[in-house]
Design a protein. Structure first.
Lengths: 318, 309
């Protein structure tokens, strides 16, 4: 059983009936339920398909934040061998909101970075809900220097509602830490491939997503501000988040249309949380293709391609 | 004398329409910090710093240019054209309406003006991102103007000075505003690659996506006294952070203590400080101060002088 979102209630009811039927049949082996279960299952599948074929921007935000959606650590287990986490910024501390490490991806040595939100109360607290501190971003800068020196491509998996804001973060220079990390992305002479796997929240996401190739999962979002934050500032009413989500144009489809991302990675029907392994494998395939495309470029060209790509963003829009 | 190129003026006119009267009748200004009533002429002479309490008022591009350039002589760069409203954004107001109002209020096309001139004889490029244009928010217009000005500085071998005030990214341009963070960072790196100094003067307030990108990437960080500078904006801090805030939190002097800026400089000392720093970095001999003309009315610009003249 997984958690259902509000707009999935009709699906939840159908699938609930199936579970109920199965339980009843489990107690009474003489019951013939196959036909009825089959009929209900077909109906449920159809409903999932229809619902997910026309998600509103606000619904996509919910899916992007779905607790059952595969997170960074799931991807690490599924996509990488020999994952070797590297900790600490060598200046202040270790921040588990951003995870960095070395790994082998389909045989190739790579550097890996991403935000982890956590899956339960304990892990959420440990990872601070994926909201990184300055030391997290400075750890990323350290990973980038390492990757550059040893010629390892960097794979970035982005999933954060934003960088942490609070006294401790300000005291240690959150703004500077993010700024320097963006600069570090832009100066890498190895390929950097970023995938928004859930939420791409503002500067805290850009800091690890300024990449040669930027992909978004079909139901991920990437935005300058959360719809709730935007609604409370521009509408002065947080409950206008649905309107803000639409106005901000934060879906993968919107960003592809604006020329901000390079490709949309399709999700299994019903979202990545319904078939996590399938979703993660598709992400892996996309990253693998991108690595192949970039592998022939010289270090200077890799840096130049990234910079020219960003300078070009928005210039053709009317 | 200062001037806008003849190319700029017709474009500003076409975009803005008639600029509202540049001269409000109030000859007195009230200090927002201490409430002191100050005669306008005295305020201009004091560089918009309250003579009573020392509060540094927010000022725009013409005032900054007048306070920095030799003899108040400079040439403004033509603002680049960008897509005016790529998202067709509207909340309770259309973004295009908000833009038009800001243009009429300030007489400027967007929240970034840049000009070339000299500072004690040293050729420099100066950019001003003022708070009075939509909170100094960073959108495509600001980003492109900065990229453009930094590129010109590289072409002309001029050190770059940025006076910045901004609430952060311009929400009405969505992810395209966010993309200006890396875009302007690339331009900052062009200055670095060219061996040119990039000095950021952080003024009140500087937060959000602006502080989290090019405003915190200066070779030298100077702040005006008591300027609010940080990652989280005031509203975010007020809403989200229930913790006890330390005294002077997010103020210039607090950032100085926390190692985030090089110095806090009074506006009266700003010009001399910038000149000294740039002459040292450029290995020029000690500057002979060229006094700016008395900062009065700026002839020929369409921009409004706060409080009139
Ligand atoms: Zn005062």
């Amino acid at each position: 059983m997984h958690a259902y979102l509000d707009f999935e209630r009709p699906i939840a009811e159908l699938e609930g009936k199936i579970v109920e039927l199965r339980q009843l049949a489990g107690n009474d082996p003489t019951m013939q339920i196959d036909a009825e279960v089959g009929r209900l299952q077909q109906k449920a599948d159809q409903l999932v398909k229809e619902t997910y074929a026309r998600l509103s921007p606000w619904q996509r935000v919910q899916v992007a934040r779905h607790p059952g959606r595969p997170h960074f650590c799931d991807y690490v287990k599924h996509l990488f061998d020999e994952f070797t986490p590297l900790a600490g910024d060598r200046a202040f501390g270790e921040d588990a909101a951003i995870v960095t490490g070395l790994a082998r991806f389909r045989g190739q040595a790579v550097a890996v970075v991403g935000q982890e939100k956590g899956n339960d109360t304990k892990s959420r607290l440990k990872h601070n809900f994926g909201m990184a501190m300055p030391e997290g971003y400075r750890k990323v800068q350290r990973l980038f220097r390492l990757a550059d020196r040893f010629g390892l491509p960097v794979i970035s998996l982005v999933d954060t509602s934003g960088a942490y804001s609070g006294v401790a973060a300000e005291d240690r220079g959150q703004a500077e830490a993010i700024a320097r990390t963006i600069e570090a992305c832009l100066n890498l002479r190895v390929p950097l491939i970023a995938t928004i796997i859930g939420e791409g929240g503002s500067g805290g996401a850009v800091a690890i997503a300024t990449a040669n190739k930027v992909f978004m999962l079909e139901n991920s979002v990437y935005s300058v501000i959360s719809p709730e934050g935007c609604a409370s500032i521009l509408w002065r009413r947080p409950e206008k988040a649905q309107d803000a989500a639409a106005a901000l144009r934060l879906t993968a489809q919107d960003l592809a249309g604006l020329g901000v991302i390079d490709a949309i990675i399709p999700e299994p029907i019903g979202g990545a949380h319904r078939a996590p392994d399938e979703a993660m494998s598709t992400v892996g395939d996309q990253i693998s293709r991108a690595l192949g495309e970039l592998s022939h470029m010289s270090p200077d060209d890799v840096r130049r391609q990234r910079r020219e790509k960003y300078l070009a963003i928005g210039r053709d829009l009317k | 004398m200062s001037w806008l190129t003849n190319f700029v003026r017709p474009r500003i006119k076409s975009l803005i329409g008639a600029v509202k009267s540049a001269t409000p009748d109030n000859l007195w200004r009230k200090c927002p910090a201490c409430g002191e009533m100050i005669f306008h002429r005295d305020l201009v002479a004091a560089l918009y710093v309250c003579p009573q309490c020392g509060h540094h008022m927010r000022i725009g591009a013409p005032e900054r240019f007048a306070q920095v350039f030799d003899n108040n002589t400079f040439e403004e760069l033509i603002p680049p054209e960008v897509a005016p409203d790529p998202l067709r954004f509207r909340d309770e107001k259309r973004y295009t309406d908000r833009l038009r109002e800001a243009r009429q209020k300030t007489g400027r096309i967007d929240a970034l003006s840049a000009a070339r001139g000299t500072l004690d004889g040293l050729p420099v490029m100066v950019a001003v991102q003022p708070f009075d244009f939509m909170g100094g928010s960073l959108g495509m217009g600001v980003g492109e103007a900065l990229v453009n000005a930094m590129q010109s500085a590289v072409d002309e071998s001029r050190p770059f000075i940025l006076f910045v005030a901004s609430g952060g990214a311009r929400m009405q341009e969505g992810v395209l505003s966010l993309m200006q963070m890396p875009r302007v960072t690339i331009a900052v790196d062009m200055l670095r690659d060219a061996g040119l100094p990039y000095v950021v003067v952080l003024t009140d307030p500087t937060t959000g996506g602006v502080s989290a990108s090019y405003a915190m990437l200066g070779d030298i960080h100077i702040a005006e006294p008591n300027a609010l500078i940080g990652f989280a904006g005031q509203r975010v801090t007020a809403n989200a952070v229930r913790e006890q805030l330390p005294e002077g939190y997010q103020r210039a002097e607090y950032l100085l203590q926390h190692g985030m800026i090089d110095m806090v400089v009074n506006r009266k000392e700003m010009r001399a400080t910038l000149s000294k720093v740039l002459h040292l970095l450029m290995k020029r001999s000690k500057p002979h101060a060229v006094l700016p003309l008395p900062p009065r009315v700026i002839a020929g610009t369409v921009a409004r002088v706060p409080g009139g003249a």
